[in-house]
Design a protein around this ligand. Structure first.
Ligand SMILES: *Cc1c(COP(=O)(O)O)cnc(C)c1O
Length: 414
């Protein structure tokens, strides 16, 4: 993890010096730079926040309180007195401004996978009779595809795999639901949520968006763009912790028609009435299922404090500047032909990660991690580097590119 040695042979010492100086200037001008102190980080470069966000340092003490006082002392009283019962909607309202949603439309709970199931089945029911196709991003994160396929079997629909760019051409009078990711988990490509949502609506279908790789990294504008239903996880850019509960957005105009395929007692209008017949709650609570995972949920709630006072537009601006700068450093340091970016160069098509195709990607990533530059691998040959603007800076980007060049120089021809 040496900061001083540069063993790569392609970049001149002056190039390296110039890039390091630029990095320092960019960090000095960065309005979000002070956020990094809020996180428990070491002196490595953590570029895997798109898989597991870093721990905000204040969280353990808050969780300790949940365990020892709320559970240990108040016990059952905490459902009321510590706000446990209403946590799913309360925390949903904390996430809402980060994804451009007014209050009352997001509920937190369950995994993204489970929420994909709720959303796709409910969307198919909203779309109504006579529409029998569910269009699914052909390159989607596997769980979305698996769950959509099962939802289709249950509801008597047919799955149509389609590349997001081809969705407009694939839409028709038979389309019921379109399930898309705003940002592709592998390539980091940002899809046109406003345009695709409008196209889905023009065809009379229902748009379901998965925000796992966009929420907390860029403005989503759920309300503004008329998205129908959306899901997302909270352990990536939102730093909620391993396995922290996901969320479900149901636009207010669809809430009355939202017919959950998992109508548990927590989504009942009168949960403690314990009646044999199901009557759904109004509002976002309709998306609940069973007893919420309170410890994880309150861990997430505490973690969201790291977002207080942060504008998503500022996050987006920094994210683009960071990924631009990282690509520039890679270009300057890495010998030509060793890596190819599969992340679009155009800002309008880029999320908050850079994915580089590379030979021997597995051993390259292992060596990077050994030197304190933590990204991850999507087999067989993609190195992923996630840039989380709350705690990654420009010097980190420069160092990651420099260490990558060193590793590649050592593994030349390997
Ligand atoms: C991370 C991710 C998931 C994760 O689903 P879990 O149910 O939390 O395991 C789902 N979909 C996409 C697109 C993701 O990026």
């Amino acid at each position: 993890m040496s900061e001083t040695t540069t063993t790569n042979t392609t970049a001149s010492a002056t190039t390296t010096e110039a890039l390091r100086e630029r990095a320092l200037k960019l960090d000095a001008a960065d309005q979000l730079a002070d956020r990094r102190e809020l996180f428990a980080l070491d002196d490595g470069v953590y570029l895997d926040g798109n898989s597991l966000g870093a721990l905000p340092a204040h969280v353990p003490a808050r969780v300790q309180d949940v365990l020892t006082r709320q559970w240990g002392e108040l016990r059952i009283r905490s459902w009321e007195e510590s706000g446990w019962w209403t946590a799913p909607e309360r925390i949903g309202d904390r996430i809402a401004p980060l994804v451009g949603a007014a209050a009352g439309q997001i509920v937190v709970g369950d995994s993204t996978s489970v929420n994909v199931f709720k959303a796709v089945v409910a969307a198919a029911r909203i779309a109504g009779e006579g529409r029998d196709e569910i269009l699914v991003d052909a390159t989607t994160f596997p769980t979305d595809g698996y769950i959509a396929a099962s939802a289709a079997r249950l509801t008597g629909h047919r799955i149509v795999p389609v590349a997001p760019a081809d969705v407009p051409a694939a839409l028709g009078p038979r389309t019921a639901v379109v399930l898309l990711n705003q940002v592709d988990y592998r390539s980091g490509r940002l899809h046109d949520l406003p345009g695709l949502t409008a196209a889905v609506h023009a065809a009379g279908a229902v748009a379901v968006w998965d925000l796992c790789h966009s929420a907390g990294a860029l403005p989503v504008g759920l309300d503004e763009h008329g998205v129908d239903l959306a899901v997302g996880c909270t352990y990536k850019y939102l730093n909620g912790g391993p396995g922290s509960p996901a969320y479900l957005y149901v636009a207010e105009r669809h809430q009355a028609a939202f017919d959950s395929p998992l109508p548990g007692w927590n989504s009942h209008a009168d949960p403690f009435g314990m009646t044999p017949d199901y009557a759904p709650a109004d509002g976002s609570a309709r998306g609940r299922v069973g007893t919420p995972d309170i410890v994880s949920m309150l861990t997430l709630e505490a973690a969201l404090d790291a977002w207080d006072g942060v504008e998503v537009d500022a996050v987006r601006a920094k994210s683009l500047a960071l990924t631009d700068f990282f690509l520039e450093c890679v270009e300057a340091y890495v010998p030509a032909g060793r890596v190819t970016s599969v992340t679009p160069a155009a800002h309008a098509e880029r999320g908050s990660q850079v994915a580089l195709r590379c030979d021997n990607a597995e051993s390259v990533m292992r060596r990077l991690i050994e030197r304190g530059v933590v990204g991850d691998l999507r087999r067989p040959d993609v190195l992923r580097f996630g840039f989380t603007p709350l705690y990654v800076g420009f010097a980190d980007a420069e160092r990651a590119a420099r260490v990558l060049a060193e590793v590649l120089a050592e593994t030349a021809g390997a």
